[in-house]
Design a binder for this molecule. Structure first.
Ligand code: ADP
Ligand code: MG
Length: 322
């Protein structure tokens, strides 16, 4: 537990990430309830262990449907819908490729081309078959694997917010390693740092101020490895089976629900600046902050937050001029 100016911080490591909870009261019991809740969801959703509800679905690929608990079913349904959006690079069936690359885990390597070509046909989102009445999920081919790594933290951050609200908490913040969800508006808002790509953990590009909003960042500098001078990061392009190649270092999404932030960071990362801004013009509830390799920071719009640039060498560009 740490304390600065009336804010109490509680930390833990869960889902392979540092987790931080901020409260305006000293309440160890509440903090351990929050961490237990996160752990319960992790136990249902993880694919980084032999057993979980999602792993049961994966183990039964090509064999039979598996009935799962309602939250798991709803999350998979949501992930499938995001995977079927027009031009979506979000793909919940990306599992076989993620497992083959092992980016961010021990033993990461660049797979031979023929391995990638052989795995691609096993990553078709429409072959994730959902039965609403049974609450079951069936992967239509052997070797298919669901991976919820791009959406689970957002979903869980929202469940933590809901839990805190039910407990009567008016102001709080949960940071699930890059997925931030906030409750309330302490003195004008929560300040959330935006990391400077490929720099030390404390080096900030800028600060985002929000109230009652989620701030999710997905960056190619978070998990990657380098080989022969080339960088391989953890967001894969389901069309090629290789890490997505574009001119972005990160995308941050500000939205009400963190699940939307988590989905849209991946979608928008895939679309790039121009298309991303065009799509978001019809979605005032979802706002993006792009950080390009050319060191530009581009805001699709900024009605739900305030951004202050801190780092030298970066240029800030807002929606209309982007
Ligand atoms: P993080 O917050 O951990 O950086 P992201 O939300 O950016 O995670 O999602 C990246 C994770 O999602 C990867 O580690 C992998 O498990 C999974 N993933 C990789 N590529 C895709 C994709 N195209 N669609 C959906 N999930 C993906
Ligand atoms: Mg995501």
């Amino acid at each position: 537990m740490s304390q600065t100016e009336g804010v109490y911080g509680y930390s833990a490591v869960l889902m392979g990430s540092p987790i931080l909870l901020k409260l305006f009261e000293h309440n160890e019991t509440l903090a351990s309830q929050v961490f237990r809740l996160i752990k319960q969801y992790e136990d249902l959703l993880t694919v980084n262990r032999a057993e979980s509800q999602v792993m049961s679905i994966n183990h039964a690929a090509g064999k039979h449907p598996v009935t799962v608990s309602r939250p798991v079913f709803e999350l998979i349904k949501c992930a499938k819908a995001a995977s079927l959006f027009p031009d979506s690079i979000f793909n919940l069936a990306i599992g076989p490729l993620v497992k083959r690359w092992k980016i961010g885990f021990k033993g990461d390597s660049v797979p031979p081309e023929q391995d990638i070509a052989a795995l691609l046909p096993r990553t078709q989102p429409h072959q994730v078959v959902l039965d609403e009445a049974e609450g079951s999920v069936y992967l239509a081919h052997t070797g298919m694997e669901i991976d919820l790594g791009a959406i689970a933290k957002g979903y869980i951050a929202d469940r933590v917010r809901d839990f805190l609200k039910r407990q009567g908490v008016e102001q709080g913040l949960i940071n699930l390693g890059g997925n931030v969800q906030t409750l309330g508006s302490p003195e004008g808002g929560w300040s959330i740092g935006l990391k400077k790509p490929f720099s030390g953990p404390d080096e900030m590009l800028g600060v985002i101020e929000v109230a009652n909003k989620s701030v999710v960042t997905s960056g190619v500098y978070e998990r990657y490895f380098e080989l022969d001078g080339k960088r391989y990061h953890h967001i894969l392009d389901p069309r090629t089976g290789y890490p997505l190649d574009n001119d972005l270092d990160s995308v941050t999404i500000v939205s009400t629900d963190s699940i939307d932030g988590d989905i849209w960071t991946t979608l928008i990362y895939g679309m790039g600046v121009e298309k991303g801004c065009a799509v978001l013009a019809n979605r005032p509830d979802i706002e993006a902050i792009f950080v390009t390799k050319r060191r530009e920071i581009i805001l699709s719009s900024a009605s739900q937050f305030r951004f202050t640039l801190l780092a030298d060498g970066y240029q800030l560009i807002t929606g209309s001029t982007a």
